[in-house]
Design a protein around this ligand. Structure first.
Ligand SMILES: N[C@@H](CCC(=O)N[C@@H](CS)C(=O)NCC(=O)O)C(=O)O
Length: 210
């Protein structure tokens, strides 16, 4: 049995969604962010020293890092969600899986944190311009890439979508960037219509794992 240690409003949604897609039995242990600090509760450190989510327990081993968890679960239970290693699209698959936590995450987080700081009266010096340039560069590139595509890789659902979907959903819905990035918006709308996404959304909001 797989256990997902799930923090609310977090990248753990990637794993919740994937588990709903691959239909493996799993149990969910929920954690809630501190309302003031927005950090995970100390109790998550009993599972993994970083106290971050997602973390899973699988075959007696604790595994952190959403990218590693996505790749592992797909290889074990749903190989059809990845291209064959000998297929040319495998390189695209790896690229987009890693893009989510690397190239895309920095501008996404900088923008999020800058907005919080600015709302509280902080005068940004270096970060304002740097963040906007990086944000437009990275998400503009992704928006152009998605122009004539349904999914990121091989025009079908793969692990890359599970990695990218969570942050892009926030980009469109929390940051209201749909007008700037219309192809990302259509992509996010497509993902949100998948039965596994809808099931994960319900569970995220407190619904039971069936
Ligand atoms: N690179 C890690 C990042 C994990 C991470 O930073 N998770 C955040 C939630 S999105 C977290 O647990 N934050 C709470 C905290 O650090 O206290 C991954 O992809 O799993």
């Amino acid at each position: 049995m797989i256990t997902l240690f799930h923090l609310d409003q977090s990248r753990s949604f990637r794993i919740l969604w994937l588990l709903e897609e691959i239909k493996q039995p799993y149990q969910l242990q929920r954690y809630y962010r501190d309302l003031k600090t927005h950090l995970a509760p100390e109790s998550l450190k009993e599972i993994h020293p970083l106290g971050k989510s997602p973390v899973i327990e699988f075959q007696g081993k604790i595994i952190a890092e959403s990218g590693a968890i996505v790749e592992l679960l797909i290889q074990k239970f749903a190989p059809s969600l990845a291209p064959d290693i000998n297929d040319p699209t495998y390189a695209d698959y790896l690229q987009w899986i890693h893009f989510a936590e690397s190239s895309a995450m920095l501008p996404f987080l900088l923008k999020t944190f800058n907005e919080i700081e600015t709302r509280h009266g902080t005068q940004l010096v270096f970060l304002e311009n740097y963040t906007q340039v990086e944000f437009d560069k990275v998400f503009g590139y992704l928006n152009d890439y998605l122009k004539d595509k349904e999914y990121l890789v091989d025009n079908r659902l793969t692990g890359a979508d599970f990695m990218m979907g969570f942050g892009l959903h926030a980009l469109i819905h929390n940051m209201a960037q749909g007008k700037n990035f219309p192809h990302i918006q259509s992509y996010v709308e497509r993902l949100s219509l998948l039965p596994s996404w809808k099931a994960a959304e319900k569970i995220k909001q407190g619904g039971k794992v069936t």
